[in-house]
Design a protein around this ligand. Structure first.
Ligand SMILES: [Zn+2]
Length: 182
């Protein structure tokens, strides 16, 4: 089940399990799966810590607020810089969440958006094969696409097992697509 459209980020909550995104028309079904850059959780936690720190700074301003004009100015300056930083970070995390690297297995094809690959959708009929490839760290998957250079997908899997699972799911979809076409 998808909770947001992998292509445009539109919320799919409350919509049927087999449907198309009302915003961009991307089709999905109940077996659709998204592999996403998961460091997001760590980023969100970091953001929480950052906001907590801002709270501490406000407290500091309260305690030292009467220590003199220069002190007060310095503390106000720090608080402003800190909050601007927090807003910037929140925006960064949100944008990564909305349009960060991901791969989505969908009923008609695969949607891929990576750091070096702009969002692209490939129909299953144009995919000729998929292989697991051990690489640096968590490994990845090589997608063979008819008439195009092979596409190497990485940076969206949490482990080599995750990457292998992706490969088997894609292989299953290719199998289904082939059977249906016959
Ligand atoms: Zn959409």
């Amino acid at each position: 089940m998808l909770d947001a459209c992998p292509r445009c980020g539109y919320s799919l909550q409350g919509l049927p399990a087999d449907h198309a995104c009302p915003e961009c028309g991307l089709r999905y079904d109940r077996e659709s799966e998204v592999y996403k850059h998961r460091n997001l959780k760590a980023l969100f936690l970091g953001l929480l810590g950052f906001v907590g720190g801002a709270g501490g700074m406000v407290n500091l301003a309260r305690v030292y607020g009467n220590a003199g004009a220069l002190w007060r100015m310095g503390i106000i300056f720090c608080v402003v810089v800190y909050f601007v930083g927090a807003v910037w970070l929140a925006r960064y995390v949100y944008r990564l969440y909305r349009s960060g690297p991901l791969v989505a297995i969908l009923p008609d094809g695969l949607y891929v958006r990576l750091r070096r690959v702009e969002g692209q959708w490939t129909a299953w009929k144009d995919v000729s094969g998929v292989q697991f490839r051990a690489g640096v760290g968590r490994g990845g998957a090589t997608l063979q696409v008819t008439g195009r250079r092979p596409l190497f997908i990485d940076g969206v899997f949490t482990s080599t097992d995750d990457a292998r699972r992706f490969v088997s799911l894609v292989a299953a979809r290719l199998e289904t697509a082939r059977t249906c076409a016959d």
